[in-house]
Design a protein around this ligand. Structure first.
Ligand code: LLP
Length: 438
């Protein structure tokens, strides 16, 4: 998919770059991003919203993959940006991302983060709870600025991968409950704070969702709430943010819809539920992360050792693992992979792909069908663009891989591979224990 193909030599090519050449140039493990596919996904969102005729913003949820080059692409493609920490905010600002299109999320923003974001003049805070509402109001008053906010609400729609429960989801660490009155109270308090400008509400129902029903139900609940606020407080929301969560295909059997179908379902539901009572349809914001970068990413590994337990299983170990992709260990996530240097050869064996970390749970893929695998082969795991680099760790003091963007035959490093110096870069040996043995 995307710009990936198998070339005449039987090698996987991404963005016009032969991965065996990428291995020679950058080493492995290597995250390879199909830049054209990322741009295409951004454009799919923007054009689907344009087609709806509604006012909109598409904010890339940078938590999925936040590096400066990615922030540049999001900016070039006309996206807004969702950040959730000072680190993501700093990355975006350093990349020159326009502050007015940055939205700041999180259930426990620190005072430092709030001040940093206000000083940078970001576009909007998504306020999660009453303590934060007060804190933000008082910092804004101190600085004598007016800060735009959305209130995060829990609409009582909980999405688990592809099912959702439509009962009141009170048990969540995020947001104000629409059902129990706390969201209503938050709106009243926000309206009273002269240094806060309430734009509207935000709802996010989950991640890797395939069906549109959950989104439609969320729109309905948010619209019911908006109507009540209009009737009882005489206040109309200018903005409704419906979060992210649009699913992608990792393996056969995953059945996501096209970006345009998700957008149409949402915008249609908005038109239905806000018509007849709302004088103006609110501006619709969404925050896709995974569906922008997920399937554009591939991780390239080199095969090292293997262990064959006759009649049981053959383990094949690669030079990365849970440090660059913690998702199988964390969520039992499934991935597809291929031998990238012999991609045209027939399947000959079933193997399980192990990482190199010192724990048994460090398995990337169980029961993968491949040609006969040999030491030195290249394994390409697909759909690793989202929540891989951004969730990578230095467990076992393993260095984080490099990231390259591949585009029309060019490859460019966007994150260099960590060095051993990086590994000890923050370590300090106190004088007291630096001396000779006692
Ligand atoms: N907006 C909010 C408020 C969110 O919490 C999230 C994701 C998004 C947008 C973007 O959702 P997406 O379009 O990427 O599904 N680490 C997990 C995913 C955690 C998602 C957290 N919030 C994973 O690897 O599957």
């Amino acid at each position: 998919h995307g710009t990936s193909q198998i070339n005449a030599a039987g090698h996987l090519e991404i963005g016009g770059c032969d991965v065996t050449e990428l291995k020679a140039k950058y080493g492995t493990p290597l995250y390879i991003v199909d830049e054209e596919l990322v741009r295409q996904r951004c454009r799919e969102y923007v054009s689907a919203f344009r087609a709806s005729g509604l006012k909109f913003q598409v904010a890339y949820a940078s938590k999925a993959f936040c590096v400066m080059a990615m922030c540049r692409i999001a900016d070039q493609e006309g996206m807004s940006l969702d950040v959730v920490s000072e680190g993501e905010l700093y990355t975006a600002l350093q990349a020159g991302f326009p502050a007015e299109r940055i939205h700041f999320h999180g259930n426990n923003k620190t005072l430092d983060e709030i001040e940093m974001a206000i000083d940078a003049k970001i576009g909007c805070f998504v306020v999660d709870n009453l303590i934060e509402l007060q804190l933000l109001g008082s910092v804004a008053a101190e600085k004598n600025v007016r800060v735009q906010i959305l209130l995060r609400v829990t609409p009582g729609v909980e999405a688990h991968t592809h099912e959702y429960i439509s009962t009141g989801q009170i048990d969540s660490k995020f947001g104000f409950d629409i059902g129990n009155g706390s969201a209503f109270e938050a709106v009243q308090l926000a309206m009273e704070q002269s240094h806060l400008e309430l734009l509207g509400v935000h709802s996010h129902i989950g991640s890797q969702i395939f069906e549109v029903d959950g989104f439609e139900l969320a729109v309905q609940k948010v619209a019911d709430f908006a109507r009540r606020i209009d009737q009882e407080l005489g206040f109309q929301f200018k903005v409704v943010n419906l979060g992210g969560g649009f699913g992608i295909r990792y393996v056969e059997g995953d059945t996501p819809l096209e970006v345009a179908q998700y957008v149409k379902a949402i915008t249609d539901a908005v038109k239905t539920h806000f018509s007849g009572w709302s004088s103006e349809t609110p501006e619709i914001w969404v925050e896709p992360g995974r569906s922008i970068v997920g399937d554009a990413g591939t991780t390239l590994y080199t095969v090292g050792t293997s262990k064959d337990i006759p009649g049981v299983r053959k383990y094949v170990a690669v030079d990365g693992g849970m440090t660059d992709n913690p998702r199988p260990a964390l969520y039992e996530s499934k991935y597809e992979a291929m031998l990238a240097n012999r991609a045209n050869e027939p399947v000959e064996e079933t193997v399980s792909i192990a990482g190199k970390c010192c724990e048994s749970g460090d398995m990337l893929i169980w029961d993968l069908e491949l040609p006969k695998v040999e030491r030195g082969d290249l394994l390409a795991v697909s759909c690793t663009g989202a929540y891989n680099y951004s969730m990578a760790s230095n467990y076992n003091r393993i260095r984080r891989p490099a990231v390259v963007f591949a585009h029309q035959g060019n490859s460019d490093l966007v994150v260099r591979r960590e060095t051993l110096q990086d590994i000890i870069g923050n370590d300090m040996i106190p004088e007291r224990i630096s001396k000779e043995p006692v």
